[in-house]
Design a binder for this molecule. Structure first.
Ligand code: GAF
Length: 380
């Protein structure tokens, strides 16, 4: 049972107040699910490789009660309310809510209509899994309310089904797993082949360090073709090598196609970097992972080609100002970067990142200090 997060409780109070205002009734409960940072192990999830996320203390909170019809309210985006008799074809933010209920029904866990009021402070479009947080807060609520005892790895699969089949986004399993399975104070090392995982202590303060998250304010998108194109490249590379997934490719495999070869090289080296990161963290040497983070960024930028001018600017400026390591995090094409820095150097790194963006005429990034927070839980 995670320690109740004060912040999640405040968000929950606002969600409950919105629920009362809009529906004129009390919610039956409040459930919170966090956004995430992926420390390392990027684009490896759909190659059945290794990932290493931690939960951020930013949450989506769902206030929920049973109802006669589907009613969805969100406190953000103008305080919109959507009412529907059917779960089919709900679009926009409410689609994530309807989609989770749809995926539960499809997966053999029947749910009836509910009212949901959502409140969230996971930055939208920041590449920090705001949609997974939304979906995960709703799925733990529905599982509780309708008495389904479902393993959290199965919940993650149902949320992935929502993304893939209802929302049409071909994502892997990283974000949902992070939101549902991460634990406070730890970074989660997970094998996406079989969900085997280990919570690795992530004590930044003991090493005099902080992890900065740099939200570039350049929206990141999944539904456009680039994410799917990377997946297709990986599948084709695996097919040409005769292996089920790139995770299974031999270390020195070579493909004739230069682009596919680079994609494969990223996946193979990224999996190795995750294993090296786990080993270093287990020695209690958080500062020692800096070079691995930076090498991951270089690989994502050059071999996998999912970085962006905003992310590269943030990473280069952070490193130039003394960060021990920095990289983009999440799917890329905008979104957020992370930088591992000595606590005393954090203001200098933040200033350098902001100045570099201004010099290039890019949006002003929002920089904050991350900590490893609790995964999805019932608040009240
Ligand atoms: C996005 C996807 F949703 C994840 O499944 C994962 O592939 C990630 O990009 C890249 O590591 O967040």
């Amino acid at each position: 049972m995670p320690t109740p997060d004060i912040h999640a409780i405040e968000l929950a109070e606002t969600a409950a107040a919105a629920f009362r205002d809009v529906f004129g009734a009390e919610p039956e409960g409040l459930w919170a699910a966090p956004g995430r940072v992926n420390l390392i192990g990027e684009h490896t999830d759909y190659n059945e490789g290794f990932v290493m996320p931690f939960a951020l203390p930013f949450y989506s909170v769902a206030a929920v009660a049973k109802s006669d019809t589907w009613e969805f309210h969100s406190t953000y985006g103008g305080g919109d309310t959507v009412r529907t008799d059917t779960l089919e074809g709900v679009e926009g933010w409410a689609g994530y809510l309807a989609g989770v209920a749809w995926a539960m029904n499809e997966s053999g866990y029947p749910v009836d209509p509910v009212r949901i009021a959502i409140n969230s402070d996971v930055p939208h479009g920041g590449g920090l899994s705001s949609s997974a947080a939304l979906e995960c807060s709703v799925i733990i609520a529905l599982a509780d309310l309708f008495g389904h005892e479902i393993d959290r790895t199965e919940l993650a699969r149902i949320v992935q089904k929502t993304e893939n089949e209802y929302m049409g986004a071909p994502t892997g399993i990283l974000d949902q797993s992070a939101s549902l399975l991460c634990t406070e104070g730890n970074v989660m090392f997970m094998d996406c082949r079989d969900f085997s995982r280990e919570q690795v202590p992530f004590d930044l303060a003991a090493g005099g360090l902080v992890m900065l998250v740099i939200d570039t304010q350049a929206p990141h998108r999944h539904v456009d073709g680039e994410y799917g194109a990377r997946r297709a490249d990986c599948e084709e590379a695996a097919r040409q090598l005769g292996v089920p997934f790139l995770r299974d490719a031999p270390r020195h495999a070579k493909l004739d196609d230069e682009r596919l070869n680079r994609r494969m090289h990223h996946i193979l080296t990224e999996n190795e970097r995750v294993l090296a990161t786990v080993a270093i963290l287990k020695q209690g040497n958080v500062a020692g992972i800096g070079d691995l983070l930076t090498a991951s960024h270089v690989s994502l930028r050059d071999d996998y080609e999912v970085s962006s001018v905003e992310l590269d600017s943030a990473v280069d400026a952070a490193l130039g100002a003394g960060a021990l390591g920095a990289r983009m995090t999440g799917g890329g094409f905008g979104g957020s970067a992370i930088a591992l820095v000595e606590a005393a150097a954090a203001p200098k790194v933040e200033a350098a990142v902001i100045e570099a963006a201004a010099d290039k005429g890019l949006p002003v990034p929002r920089v904050f200090v991350a900590r490893a927070a609790a995964g999805a839980h019932r608040v009240l």
